[in-house]
Design a protein around this ligand. Structure first.
Ligand code: P6P
Length: 345
């Protein structure tokens, strides 16, 4: 008698999705399997961070000038090692490394894809046990097969993404990834060590009740941002109450909540940092691809984040991302503020 089984693993799901593309070779599915393996290895260390000498500072800083935590380095090395050994990745670029890495073995030079990642986003939250995450992007390379990948492969705009996703190491460990077919979430079942489909066809509601930003920076905000902040804190006519403010300080966690509950996340440019803090290639593009695939919106205040042509690997951009109607409202204020500022004497 056939036993009914509702459990669908990530591998089974990606293979089923591949069937929708008769010409698909299964390499993208294999790449997702490789990334999920690396993240299971990272999860193992994150889950026992308090028990082994792996939290705390590594004593070095990354290209961003940010102090590296030991788990940052471990996560970066895990992803590089797994992808270097896969047959499906020509090279990687990581937020933790100055430059990209081209894998030059006979298999890798013939691989179609390159992967960019932030190996452990929000790592400053490790010591306080708040949710952190891994963010990844998959592009089809533009350089010729048969040779090592080149920098141009890593400087493609987000609208060229083949897939993007994140793993959130929180109360449960979840992998969420998007293709043009949509967004699906998988929860790690520790007893079998598999990510299992738990959130099919995820949708970002077109409006929400939560705004998420680091209010401590508001003294540096321009007039448009300050006007939107006031709008969020006023009694909202439809809700009869102000929006709620939630900010974890870990982009993966703040955007996972935004995807599930609706809302808006903002890291704007300000008087001290014109381009804000978040990195286009490692954080903003992959998260924008996911949120847009779920029906949300993502802008840098002037244009769609996914349409920005990257000029360098570690460039930063402002970001307004989340529920469509909330992002549009924020952009109204920001544009008005800017226009007002533009005509001001
Ligand atoms: P701030 C974490 O360091 C990070 O890159 C994102 O995950 C997060 O959204 C942001 O920076 C938090 O920055 O300036 O509010 O601490």
């Amino acid at each position: 008698m056939a036993t009914s089984r509702k459990l669908i693993t990530l591998d089974e799901f990606t293979i089923q999705q591949t069937r929708a593309f008769p010409k698909a070779t299964g390499e993208l599915s294999a790449l997702l399997r490789d990334i999920s393996l690396a993240c299971k290895l990272i999860n193992k260390q994150v889950n026992k961070a308090g028990l082994v000498d792996i939290i705390g500072k590594f004593g070095a800083t990354n290209v961003q000038g940010e102090e590296q935590m030991k788990l940052d380095i471990y996560s970066d090395e895990m992803l590089i090692n797994v992808l270097r050994n896969s047959n499906d990745c020509a090279g990687i670029a990581s937020e933790e490394n100055d430059d990209f890495i081209a894998f030059d073995d006979a298999y890798s030079v013939n691989s179609k894809y390159v992967v960019l990642f932030d190996p452990l986003d929000g790592s400053s939250n490790i010591d306080v046990n708040a949710s952190i995450g891994t963010i990844f992007s998959i592009y089809r390379r533009v350089s010729p097969l048969g040779k090592p990948c080149t920098k141009e492969d890593f400087l493609q705009p987000g609208n060229k993404l083949m897939a993007a996703g994140y793993v959130i190491y929180g109360s449960s460990t979840m992998l969420v990834y998007a293709t043009r077919l949509g967004v699906n979430g998988f929860t790690l079942e520790p007893s079998i060590g598999e990510f299992c489909l738990s959130h099919p066809d995820m949708v970002c509601a077109e409006k929400g009740k939560i705004y998420s930003l680091n209010q401590g920076n508001s003294r540096q905000y321009d007039k448009g941002m300050l006007a939107f902040l006031d709008y969020c804190m006023e009694i909202n006519k439809e809700e009869g109450r102000p929006y709620a403010h939630r900010y974890i300080g870990s982009m993966v966690a703040d955007l996972h909540r935004t995807l599930i509950k609706g809302g808006i996340f903002i890291y704007p440019g300000d008087k001290k940092n014109l381009n804000g803090k978040l990195r286009l290639q490692y954080e903003c593009n992959p998260m924008s691809f996911i949120i847009e695939a779920a029906g949300g919106v993502s802008s840098d205040g002037k244009q769609r984040v996914l349409d920005i042509q990257p000029s360098e690997l570690h460039q930063r951009v402002p970001i307004f991302i989340g529920s469509k109607l909330m992002v549009h409202k924020a952009l109204e204020f920001v544009t008005a503020g800017t226009e007002e500022a533009a005509v001001a004497p």
